[in-house]
Design a protein around this ligand. Structure first.
Ligand code: FES
Length: 381
């Protein structure tokens, strides 16, 4: 165990619990709220099969237990089944986070045989036109429906994910009905978080506070109805932090539980950290153990010594760790600032002004995530 350095509530650094393997940035869809970095097209290099196997082994040896395969679209990788097989042998609990595009009945069977534990299919909307408009693909919705059914048919629990925003949040009722039709077991209604492409499109995506409250109330009514009927479907409503007065404990604290490895082997404490002005380590050059415990990038915001005011003297810092470093950077240009979601932040009122302008904006044009629109992040605030 390594300590975080001297600070008021020093905690030893434990091992990572979650490994997120972002196998590729390639994706057949173009969602305008994708969490991939804006400059993804500049990172075309991908770890080969051996490179990923090494990451899986080293992270498991360190103690990681949950493994998510994501992207881009992880099904683009033809060696996915090899990686899943190795992960199963190493003892991970494995999750596939997929759009369902590129999936076939044979591929579901192959993943099952390799030992995949859990497959989550994401939808853009319950309405075919809106779904396909957001995905940037005319065939996406029907393929998703077919694959969701196939996953269930082959004995997996059906886990569906809907990212909600201005274009679909008023249809939560219909989304839940669709999930019932599909016999979903778990449904995640994840309100969009404004990173990556979603941040680029915030003025065309952010719902109003009233829309969010209504969507949450609808979800709660459905929960009560399902419980009264002893129905097994579970609804998870993930709230965004844009309308809060205190920030979220992002990643449960920097370098505390989460380890993300990007397609080109860059290791990050969160999936968005690539935009920060920090040189992060690469798995080709350092072992996962040394990355986790010793690297500058992973130690940069551990503990409390790095905090300026108002965080350093705040009695809530052990709960929220000063909030999200990526959000602080996007909103203020300084990654060490208190997350402006916090009402104690000197940037909070500016955040509220911009948030409300975005929520009531009449902007409809969306920037789709693709190679042509990919670019380096420039702070616009
Ligand atoms: Fe990077 Fe919150 S998303 S620290």
């Amino acid at each position: 165990m390594v300590s975080t350095g001297s600070n008021t509530a020093e905690k030893p650094v434990g091992p990572p619990f979650w490994l997120l393997a972002e196998l590729t940035y390639r994706c057949p869809l173009q969602c305008p709220y994708c969490s991939n970095p804006l400059d993804f097209a500049q990172h075309k290099q991908e770890l080969d099969t051996e490179g990923w196997l090494k990451v899986l082994r080293e992270a498991r040896e360190l103690g990681a237990a949950q493994l998510g395969f994501s992207g881009g679209e992880p099904l683009v990788r033809q060696d996915l089944e090899i990686l899943v097989k190795e992960a199963r042998e190493l003892g991970y609990y494995t999750n596939l986070i997929t759009s369902g595009i590129g999936l076939t009945a044979d591929r579901v069977a192959g993943l099952k045989e390799a030992g995949m534990d859990h497959i989550q299919v994401s939808f853009q909307a319950s309405d075919e036109t809106v779904n396909n408009m957001l995905a940037g693909s005319r065939k996406a919705f029907q393929q998703k429906l077919a694959m969701a059914r196939e996953i269930k048919r082959q004995g997996y629990p059906m886990v569906l994910n809907f990212v909600t925003h201005r274009h679909n949040i008023d249809q939560v009722d219909r989304i839940i009905e669709l999930c019932l039709e599909l016999e979903a077991d778990y449904v995640e209604l994840a309100t969009c978080q404004y990173y990556g492409w979603a941040h680029e499109n915030v003025s065309a995506l952010l719902p109003t506070r009233e829309q969010l409250a209504e969507a949450e109330a609808v979800t709660q009514r459905w929960r009560e109805r399902l419980a009264a009927d002893n129905h097994p479907m579970k609804l998870i409503f993930v709230v965004p932090d844009y309308y809060e007065e205190r920030p979220k404990a992002c990643m449960n604290g920097w370098g505390s539980l989460f380890l993300t490895v990007t397609p080109d082997g860059t290791a990050l404490p969160c999936h968005s950290a690539r935009m920060l002005p920090i040189q992060f380590p690469r798995v080709q050059e350092q072992s996962v153990r040394s990355i986790w415990y010793d690297s500058f990038g992973f130690n940069r915001f551990r503990g409390f010594d790095w905090m300026p005011e108002p965080c350093s003297s705040c009695d809530e810092k052990t709960k929220d760790f000063g909030g999200c470093r990526c959000q602080a950077y996007m909103m203020t240009g300084d990654m060490t600032q208190a997350d402006p979601i916090c009402s104690k932040s000197p940037h909070h009122l500016e955040h509220v002004r911009k948030r409300d302008a975005a929520a009531y904006s009449t902007q409809t044009e969306l920037v789709y995530r693709n190679e042509r629109t990919s670019r380096t992040f420039f702070r616009t605030n």
